[in-house]
Design a protein. Structure first.
Length: 312
């Protein structure tokens, strides 16, 4: 302590200021260490980026990989996408019933009209035996909302995947206790850590809401988002979902850190709807949050129009 006080006097710094600086340095170092361990940054940086500004900011030496690529490149990309898809992204497990009504209604309308050619059953849906996935199901509210409010009388099955076992237990209990009672097998929850989503797919709709992002936890800022979940990692998680979605199916995403329109796969998708988002987008060029649109409305539902590259 005496040495420390002497050092402060020598540098002409108040002791409190120096302590503050040291605390900031230690916290920054700890966040950096955690980031590197949390996501294999090197690996995702070598992935196929299609966003020019992101390429520049994240990896100036990156090698562009075409969608065709060699068989080995494709296999490598598939593995990388699977790894991204099965890595913990958003940490919060917060959810709520009917959390994104504009998005759910847009998907419901699509299944009732466009996809069925405009012919409806008494429940408004002619499509039978369709599969939906709530990716990042957390405590199950989204899966229960879809099964009970939007596709209740149809033969749709709703799957809910998460990596957090505690949340999944709550989800199963809530679904079993739901009133009115849900049909047996109407919702199936599973843990994505030990079960690849392809086990139940391919799906006709995939909802990935408030999951392809970092938001709301201490230490989250544009810099930490770019380190832990760079654009390339987001593109890889989207690739994982895309590989498990039928052509003609819908991808529904609210609250991401990046724009789907910047990804390579968006050229195979048609925009169907916009929804309110509250998670800010990150600009990799300026390492800052993008200015939010005043109405908060961003693209959120897309129809898959053609398949991606052939998978091994
Ligand atoms: C904020 S909750 C979103 C819940 C719900 N989708 C909603 O929007 O209300 C995010 C959830 O995504 C889960 N999650 C994060 N990464 C995941 C991954 N790779 N696969 C499946 N779930 C994941 C988290 O464990 C958490 O429960």
């Amino acid at each position: 302590m005496v040495i420390f006080r002497g050092y402060c006097e020598l540098r002409g710094l108040p002791m409190r200021r120096l302590l503050q600086r040291m605390a900031v340095a230690v916290i920054t170092f700890a966040i950096g260490l955690w980031s590197v361990n949390h996501h294999d940054v090197e690996e995702v940086l070598s992935s196929s980026l299609s966003n020019k500004t992101t390429q520049k900011s994240l990896n100036p030496n990156y090698l562009h990989q075409t969608t065709e690529g060699t068989a080995a490149q494709q296999e490598n990309r598939t593995e990388r996408q699977k790894k991204a898809g099965q890595s913990q992204i958003q940490l919060s497990h917060t959810s709520a019933m009917n959390r994104y009504p504009d998005e759910y209604s847009a998907v419901q309308t699509y299944f009732r009209t466009e996809m069925s050619g405009g012919i409806s059953d008494s429940d408004g849906t002619t499509m039978k035996n369709k599969k939906m996935l709530s990716f990042g199901a957390a405590t199950g509210e989204e899966a229960i909302t879809l099964a009970s409010m939007y596709f209740s009388n149809s033969t749709f099955t709703v799957y809910g995947v998460d990596l957090d076992e505690g949340s999944l237990e709550t989800a199963k209990t809530s679904a079993a206790a739901h009133s009115p009672k849900l049909d047996d097998g109407k919702i199936i929850f599973f843990n994505g850590q030990d079960t690849d989503i392809s086990k139940y797919g391919p799906y006709d709709a995939i909802f990935a809401n408030s999951v392809l992002c970092y938001h709301g936890t201490p230490g989250v800022n544009p810099q930490s988002i770019l380190a832990k979940y760079p654009f390339a990692a987001c593109e890889d998680s989207l690739g994982y979902l895309d590989a498990n979605l039928n052509v003609g199916g819908v991808l529904a995403i609210v609250n991401t850190n990046y724009h789907m329109s910047d990804t390579k796969l968006h050229t195979r998708y048609k925009i169907l709807a916009q929804c309110k988002n509250f998670v800010p987008k990150v600009d990799a060029e300026s390492i800052s949050y993008e200015k939010k649109k005043s109405d908060g409305m961003y693209d959120c539902v897309w129809v898959k129009q053609e398949a991606g590259e052939k998978r091994q």
